[in-house]
Ligand binder design. Structure first.
Ligand SMILES: NC(=O)c1ccc[n+]([C@@H]2O[C@H](COP(=O)([O-])OP(=O)(O)OC[C@H]3O[C@@H](n4cnc5c(N)ncnc54)[C@H](O)[C@@H]3O)[C@@H](O)[C@H]2O)c1
Length: 321
């Protein structure tokens, strides 16, 4: 499918991943990109660069996925919708009712509006959280061992899309991101915040603190790779299904910490280990083959390069503030 000259709505486009997606979409020659966001976590700073392009705008009449009529208006004439808006894992943990409203009802609104306006394809941001804690390689057929409100909301979103496709033929793709990192990440991500905290300590010349032995391991994927996966999914002829968006490589928190120490040039500093606090998931590794086979996606950014980009962005950001 061609997204050249198309009109695109990025729901949650002012967030971490959404803002990178908007920037990459500009290279696809779209006619217009509209950002739909209520800015509960997204920021104007995230989209400042993209907003310099006259083809990018913020939907002027509102930006909340709880408002179905506003969504319907925002999707008028739109070809592709990328749905990234959601409350994050810890927020859903603390506020399950809010999680229900935004991630369940809000996602239902997005799907319903997309179906009513007859868009060409909806790309939905799901998560590896659907798999829960599992010590084996996760394929798209692996069982949902999730036990969190957040993961439940992603499973529900996926299932609603399946049902809409079956009932009305709505074209969609669900992308299950593993652990995203990169410039513009913040401190709210339950697994990723550790990277920012390690860098804070290194900036202060203090030993980074790891909870437990740092053996918790995840499949870390660079944010620009995730943005590219969204575009490949939209452009492909695939019109339904769920796909892992991962690297297929597992890295422990201890290894990340060692790498950050090296990249920051602070090899004089030793790690400090403390007793483990609550962790939702201790192990996660995805199988990337299905996305590669069906729409040609492979993660390209090596961890050391992605982390260096993150460090450079933090340093730049500190200078601006
Ligand atoms: N970051 C990760 O590691 C990761 C991993 C797996 C899945 N995901 C999913 O990918 C998507 C994007 O993640 P992110 O890290 O960029 O998160 P993010 O919080 O930075 O972005 C989400 C955006 O949605 C907006 N939003 C929240 N509630 C809204 C509402 N009611 N109406 C309109 N906008 C609303 C926020 O303001 C924010 O800009 C999310 O759906 C998330 O669940 C992220």
């Amino acid at each position: 499918m061609n997204i050249n000259d198309s009109q695109i709505l990025v729901v949650g486009g002012a967030g971490f991943i959404g803002s990178h997606l908007v920037e990459q979409l500009l290279a696809q020659n779209p006619r217009e990109i509209i950002i739909y966001d209520n800015f509960c976590r997204g920021t104007l700073a995230n989209i400042a660069k993209a907003m310099e392009d006259p083809r990018v705008s913020i939907f002027p009449d509102g930006g909340d996925i709880l408002h179905y009529d506003v969504l319907l208006q925002a999707m008028d004439g739109v070809d592709y919708v990328f749905h990234l808006a959601a409350l994050w894992l810890l927020q859903c943990h603390e506020y399950p009712e809010a999680a229900f409203e935004v991630n369940f009802r809000g996602t239902f609104n997005v799907i319903r509006a997309a179906n009513a306006t007859g868009i060409k394809k909806l790309i939905f941001s799901s998560s590896a959280s659907v798999y829960g804690n599992a010590n084996y390689i996760l394929t798209e057929e692996s069982p949902f061992l999730n036990d969190t409100f957040y993961g439940t909301s992603k499973i529900t979103g996926e299932e609603m899309l399946k049902a809409y496709h079956q009932r009305y033929g709505l074209p969609y793709i669900t992308l299950r991101y593993f652990n995203a990192y990169g410039p513009r990440q913040d401190y709210k991500g339950v697994y990723i915040a550790v990277i920012m905290k390690i860098l804070d300590r290194l900036d202060q010349g203090l030993p980074p603190i790891l909870m437990g032995d740092g053996a918790q391991s995840y499949d870390f994927i660079y944010v620009d790779d995730i943005a590219r996966a969204n575009i490949l999914a939209a452009k492909s002829s695939v019109d339904h299904g769920a796909f892992n968006i991962c690297t297929g490589k597992k890295t422990s928190i201890r290894e990340i910490c060692d790498l950050l120490i090296e990249l920051s040039g602070r090899s004089d500093i030793e790690i400090e280990f403390r007793e483990a606090a609550q962790t939702f998931v201790t192990s996660r590794l995805g199988a990337p083959e299905k996305a590669e086979k069906e729409f040609g996606f492979t993660a390209e950014t090596p961890l050391n390069e992605g982390l260096m980009d993150l460090i450079n962005w933090r340093n730049q950001d500190k200078k601006i503030r």
